[in-house]
Every structure is written in C-alpha cells, then in structure tokens.
Design a protein around this ligand. Structure first.
Ligand code: ADP
Length: 247
C-alpha cells in the first residue's frame, strides 16, 4: 500500500465543494482538512445537511472538490481523468451502503465476488474462504438477496467490500436500515475487520453506538469539521451531538 506523507491513506487539504452557481449555490464543504490514518475506523457525524455525504464522496474519489486537494493511497485525485479515477477506486476503495445495494439476480457468492469479476481478477480461495467464515455466510452462499435477512444482506455487502482488500472501506449509514440487535452484529463485524485485518474504515453515521466503534469521531457542522474526538463511548458522542444541535 502506498501512503501519503505522515502515513495517512487519505489526505484532504482545504477541500471546498460548491453545488450549483450564483444565487442558488450551496457551499456543502467550506475548507476541510483531514488525514485518515490506516488501520483505524473514523466516524463522520453531524446534523443532516452538514456535509457528511459530500465529504465521504470526495474522500472516496466519487466526486471532486471545487478547490483543495485530495490524495488517496498516495495519488492526488484532483487532476486524474475519469478512467484513472475508476481504476484507483477499484484498487483502493470498498463501499457499504445503508440499503445494501446487492444485485438481486446474483447469489451471495456472486455478489461478493462481483468486484473481482468486473476487474477480471480471480479470487484468492483462501481469503474468500476466511472472509465468508468471518462474516458467517458459509451456508448462505447460494442464496439470492431476497432469500436473506437484512443483516445477512449487509454481511454479503461487507464481504463484497472487503474481498479486494481495499485500502479504505467507506460505509454510508451501514446500520441505518437494521434493527438494534442486527446493527450490533454488523458493528461487531466492522470492529473485527479493523482489529483482525487492520482494515481502515470511514463511516458516515447518525448512530452514536455505531460511532463508538470508531477510534476517531469527526463532527461536521455547516460544511466544516467542528470537533475531532479520539476513541470515546456512545454516551460522550451523544452529548457532543446534543451540544452541537443546540449551538
Ligand atoms: P449530510 O450528508 O450531512 O446530510 P450532504 O453532504 O448530503 O449533507 O449535503 C450538504 C449540503 O449540500 C446540503 O445543504 C445539501 O442540500 C447540499 N447538497 C448535497 N448534494 C447536492 C446536490 N447534488 N446539489 C445541490 N445541493 C446539494
């Protein structure tokens, strides 16, 4: 893995993002500077409209900043063309979404292997076997998404995101569509991927319990990072959320 200066896997400097132009322009990000350290989970929190999704999309190379720079795994993305950006994402980025985004006509096995299939790569059988065991899907591989529970579908999505050993796993409200017991299982899985595989995770969430799994919690308000906390419990995160909502 090639990292930027200071060992960070994603580096954003003075990032702004403006949507639209003139009177109707919206400044979704107003100068964000952040380094994402490897082997840790970072949670992005903040009220609706604060810029979390915009920042995540930019850090993941799905969108480019209006100004500022973003370096993903040692490559500055602002000057990359679309093909190179797609290639960089394929090599370095995995995604997990709130609504799983599995392909309904494919089995769990085919969904998990899809990123490799698209890239024309062969799976590493040992890694695939370990991943499937770790996410607890060994006896569900031939099922289609409609035959799986929400939690099982999210496990498939997590395995799909991890199968190519991405530099960073981005998760967008990964527990937002799950009940609390299932959310706890999915969070435990994400926590273990950090601990056991050294996976780097960036997760957007509204849920203090989800953010508590992270080793770092960034709070956005009105397009800026307003708080940057280390490892903390759900209670502390909740208090900061309330404090910021009242500000
Ligand atoms: P969050 O994820 O914290 O809810 P977003 O990043 O989605 O925040 O949005 C930040 C701001 O940018 C909001 O004011 C939102 O309305 C605006 N915004 C987001 N996407 C677009 C878009 N495609 N076009 C115009 N405005 C947008």
């Amino acid at each position: 893995m090639s990292n930027g200066q200071n060992g960070a896997v994603v580096v954003a400097r003075d990032v702004t993002r403006r949507y639209g132009e003139g009177d109707t322009a919206v400044d979704a990000l107003r100068g964000v500077t952040v380094d994402i350290a490897p082997g840790k989970a970072t949670a992005l929190m903040g009220p609706s409209g604060s810029g979390k999704s915009t920042l995540m999309h930019i850090l993941a190379g799905l969108d480019k900043p209006t100004s500022g720079s973003v370096d993903i795994a040692g490559t500055e993305i602002t000057t990359l063309g679309d093909n190179d950006l797609t290639k960089l994402r394929r090599e370095h980025i995995g995604f997990v979404f709130q609504f799983f985004n599995l392909l309904p006509m494919l089995t769990a096995r085919e969904n998990i292997l899809l990123p490799l299939t698209i890239a024309g790569e062969k799976p590493d059988d040992e890694w695939f076997g370990q991943l499937v065991r770790d996410v607890g899907l060994e006896d569900r591989l031939s099922h289609r998404p409609s035959e799986l529970s929400g939690g099982q579908q999210q496990r498939v999505a997590i395995a799909r995101a991890l199968v190519s050993k991405p530099t960073v796993l981005f998760a967008d409200e990964p527990t937002g569509n799950l009940d609390s017991a299932t959310s706890a299982e999915i969070l435990e899985l994400l926590r273990r991927s950090v601990e056991e595989y050294g996976q780097t995770i960036v997760m957007v969430t509204h849920d203090a319990r989800a953010a508590a799994v992270a080793q770092r919690v960034l709070f956005l308000a009105d397009g800026s990072i307003v708080r940057d906390l280390g490892d903390c419990d759900a209670h502390t995160i909740h208090s900061v959320m309330e404090e910021l909502a009242a500000a």
